[in-house]
Write a protein that binds this ligand. Structure first.
Ligand SMILES: O=C(CO)COP(=O)(O)O
Length: 257
């Protein structure tokens, strides 16, 4: 049984004070044992939130890390630093990192390998641009990003602890979400690729999320799909009330497993 996830990617938003106030509001209302809730704030709020979430069911994730463990990499953060701050997850290969900061699929793969080696659970993001979709290249792009992303971990015993997020670039921050059918189709394709790499038993255990303009109103349609195991939420996760509605709807649709 794959436990559904509601993950909030705050991107470059919220000061420590704002993050702390949000955490208090979230914890006051949170009562959904069937859903794994993950908050991914900026690095600067990780410590404060690890204190706030201690003893609760809310998990902490970072939004990026370097593939090396330490060294002369000005401005970078290592996986062991994230573990020390209480992170269980780390988002890797988000399309904003790939497109704005020119991260390559190979670099993302190195990060995934290091994260898993350290016992951090990667949330590996994959997704096509609008031009790629219109050219009919969606599956080729997903296959390429996935193949490079998991290249270094194919023999790892804990591959099932990875999470994949399908985030079509054209749906991110646009208010124009994919249709549940398109998302299901892409995610079923990803699960098929995971099955080729890891075998069907492992592939059936790996959670695959949808991300891109998820809201309290549309989340149910995604979580209702056979292969979609939750959502990675940007804008709507910045408001504790909206994110709580997303968590509740996820629990309701997935039967509070
Ligand atoms: O990029 C996203 C999550 O990682 C999605 O962002 P939005 O929910 O704002 O579209």
């Amino acid at each position: 049984m794959r436990i559904p996830i509601a993950a909030g990617n705050w991107k470059m938003n919220k000061t420590v004070a704002e993050a702390s106030a949000y955490a208090e509001a979230l914890l006051q209302e949170l009562d959904t044992p069937g859903v794994e809730v993950i908050i991914c704030p900026p690095f600067t709020s990780l410590y404060a939130l690890s204190q706030k979430f201690a003893g609760s069911s809310v998990k902490l994730g970072a939004q990026n890390m370097h593939w090396e463990l330490k060294g002369a990499f000005t401005g970078e953060i290592s996986g062991s630093m994230l573990l020390e701050l209480g992170c269980e997850y780390v988002i890797l290969g988000h399309s904003e990192r790939r497109h704005i900061f020119r991260e390559t699929a190979e670099e993302v793969g190195k990060k995934v390998e290091t994260a898993l080696k350290l016992g951090l659970r990667p949330i590996l993001c994959v997704g096509e641009t609008l031009e790629e979709r219109e050219r009919g290249e969606t599956e080729a792009i997903l296959a390429y990003q996935l193949e490079k992303g998991i290249e270094g971990i194919t023999t790892f015993p804990n591959v099932e602890s990875i999470v994949i997020a399908y985030e079509p670039v054209w749906a991110i921050g646009t208010g124009k979400a994919a249709t549940p059918q398109d998302a299901q189709e892409a995610i079923a394709f990803v699960r098929g690729k995971l099955s080729e790499q890891f075998g069907s038993e492992k592939a059936q255990q790996i959670r695959i999320l949808y991300g891109g303009s998820v809201s309290p109103e549309n989340v149910g349609q995604f979580v209702n799909q056979e292969d979609i195991d939750g959502t990675l939420v940007g804008g709507a996760s910045l408001d504790a009330g909206k994110f709580l509605d997303i968590i509740k709807e996820t629990a309701r649709i997935s039967g509070g497993i």
